[in-house]
Design a protein around this ligand. Sequence first.
Ligand code: ADP
Ligand code: MG
Ligand code: MG
Length: 213
Amino acid sequence: ESRESARCALAALEAVKSTVDDNVAELGRIDAVAGDGDHGIGMQRGADAAVAAAREAVERGAGAGSTLNRAADAWADRAGGTSGALWGVALRAIGAEFGDETAPGPRTTGAAVRAAADAVVRLGKAELGDKTMVDVLVPFADELESALAAGSGLATAWDAAATTAAKAAEATASLRPLRGRARPLAEKSLGTPDAGAVSLSLITRAVHAVLAR
Ligand code: ADP
Ligand code: MG
Ligand code: MG
């Protein structure tokens, strides 16, 4: 069953890559308002490398946890930038929660997303309201866990959480950045959402399509 889960993890990463490919220019544009404009290209390098590594792992018969671990290392190595390191620890945390033995169910998936949020906060030290991807990741994890606790199936809970993520990403437009490269350009950034928050929101929506099929 973990082989099947590994294939599902690969499909999710392929969906990540596809939505990043579709939005690479827009993510770069958003990052350029108050950052250095490389968020689209960095996410693209990371997602490309992660998919290639995950594909190789699945072909070797790896379980879901190992597949995500290989993807995490590849992402962090190839993406560069702050978000590359953060996506690396996020995917590694999900892989650790999944492991290779059994197929991760809805509760494990909720716990894995929570572990990813904790790992990103631990590494990046951003707080809610600092105008980073954390402003999407934490409410996404909260909504996913509470929808699952209320009895929703994984696809339904993920759908609700992805909707929360989209709203949270939009809401970062009114924040002043307190972390990362955008901080010195705080005033310029007002009215534009955070690039990493937007990419994460797009990714949660893309992954829902995989879970729903
Ligand atoms: P870089 O800033 O190194 O050019 P990217 O442009 O790829 O890297 O990523 C920028 C995004 O990373 C920001 O929009 C923000 O969401 C996220 N980010 C930056 N610093 C932090 C942090 N300390 N904690 C969480 N997320 C952060
Ligand atoms: Mg950047
Ligand atoms: Mg950069």
